[in-house]
Design a protein around this ligand. Structure first.
Ligand SMILES: *Cc1c(COP(=O)(O)O)cnc(C)c1O
Length: 386
């Protein structure tokens, strides 16, 4: 099976992890801060906080922004469930904004329309999670301008987007948002096995997330209520979690980070090959904005079902049967049973639902051989023309 995504592990990565295994610290040593520093410097963020997953990072980002019971979090339906669940973790309510039909990211026009209605109904969101689907940045200037006007804070879910750029600068520099979150799951651009990172330029948000990452415990005199009882002393001053990243994970992530640009370039080069070789087929190749440089986590095609004799599911199943590990990103979150139980239904977000009926993610990862890519193209061509 040619998978849709796959990690790339080098000898240098393995050596880095083995070094940590032989060192004094498997957790809470020097490697996590080194990874945080390197990643923050790379993307141009003042502060970076590593965690055990992007899901944890999204949760703490919401808590740092004071998302609370009674508040609303809005995001796109076309995302992984974690982009929405983080709001529910905080007791907030979740709603969605439909996607743009070209980019598949949250539509600034739909966002503005919904904000106008929400203002009249007194249910404006406190937080909007902008998901950079497939690594292509959202229209952050437009979202940021709406945030200024309607008073919501912005989290960029850049789980797909590390190494991508918006208006020439790396995603994560925080110019148009409060906090940006990256994922290092093995299918993502770089990996730490499991892991995530929250980056921000706001020291207060950073301090709050850092506290919550480790049980809400502080050893900083200035933050304590009482005078220290002695060198062992610490205080729990908030209800936090254990969301820490291990030294092993950080060593792998730090080693992978060195190849970030190389990975993204390779993904672009494979995407260009797909674009050329799929140009004549009845499907839409990924639209690219002129303000963004995608990290190309995913290469998503949309079938033109009006020009295909067969249907979406048959094409998908044929590809899988022939050893092509295609996938579908994503089932719109509002159609998940858990969300349907909150009152969401088919028909709520038509652009997202139309996308879901036509989309297929083709294999794309740095180690994908051009001969394997040609096989994907051959089987896809066959699937569509049968
Ligand atoms: C992968 C992913 C996440 C969750 O990342 P984890 O590190 O697995 O927790 C969140 N949002 C999006 C858009 C993702 O693709």
């Amino acid at each position: 099976m040619i998978p849709y995504g796959r990690q790339d592990i080098t000898d240098a990565d393995i050596d880095a992890v083995v070094q940590v295994l032989k060192s004094d610290y498997l957790t809470q040593g020097p490697t996590v801060p080194a990874f945080e520093k390197a990643l923050g410097d790379k993307v141009g963020a003042k502060h970076a906080l590593a965690m055990n997953s992007a899901t944890s990072a999204l949760h703490l980002a919401c808590l740092a922004l004071d998302l609370d019971a009674g508040d609303w979090l809005w995001t796109s339906p076309v995302t992984f469930v974690a982009s929405a669940n983080c709001g529910l973790y905080c007791g907030a309510r979740v709603d969605f904004v439909d996607i743009d039909a070209e980019t598949y990211n949250i539509s600034p026009d739909a966002l503005e329309k919904k904000l106008i209605e929400a203002e009249q109904q007194g249910r404006l969101p406190s937080v909007v999670v902008a998901v950079h689907l497939s690594g292509q940045p959202c229209d952050m200037q437009a979202i940021h301008a709406l945030g200024q006007r309607y008073g919501f804070r912005i989290i960029e879910d850049a789980s797909h987007a590390i190494g991508g750029k918006y208006l020439g600068d790396y995603i994560g520099n925080g110019r148009y948002s409060d906090i940006t979150v990256f994922s290092f799951h093995p299918v993502k651009i770089i990996t730490s096995a499991e892991g995530g990172m929250a980056v921000t330029n706001d020291s207060a948000l950073f301090e709050k997330m850092a506290l919550l990452r480790s049980h809400g415990i502080t050893r900083d005199d200035a933050s304590m209520r009482s005078a220290s009882h002695g060198p062992w002393y610490y205080e729990q001053i908030a209800l936090g979690y254990n969301y820490r990243m291990t030294e092993l994970q950080a060593a792998l992530g730090l080693s992978q980070l060195e190849r970030l640009d190389e990975y993204v370039e390779r993904r672009h080069s494979l995407a260009r090959r797909y674009n050329e070789k799929l140009a004549e087929l009845p499907l839409k190749t990924p639209y690219q904005t002129d303000t963004g440089y995608s990290a190309f986590h995913l290469y998503i095609v949309r079938l033109d079902l009006t020009r295909i004799a067969t249907d979406h599911r048959t094409v998908f199943e044929y590809l899988r049967e022939q050893g092509i590990g295609v996938n579908l990103h994503y089932i719109p979150v509002h159609l998940q049973p858990y969300y349907e139980d909150m009152g969401f239904a088919q028909g709520d977000f038509p652009a997202s639902e139309a996308y879901y009926r036509e989309a297929i993610s083709l294999p794309l990862y740095p180690g994908l051989a051009e001969s394997d890519q040609d096989e994907v193209i051959r089987v896809l061509t066959q699937a569509i023309s049968s």
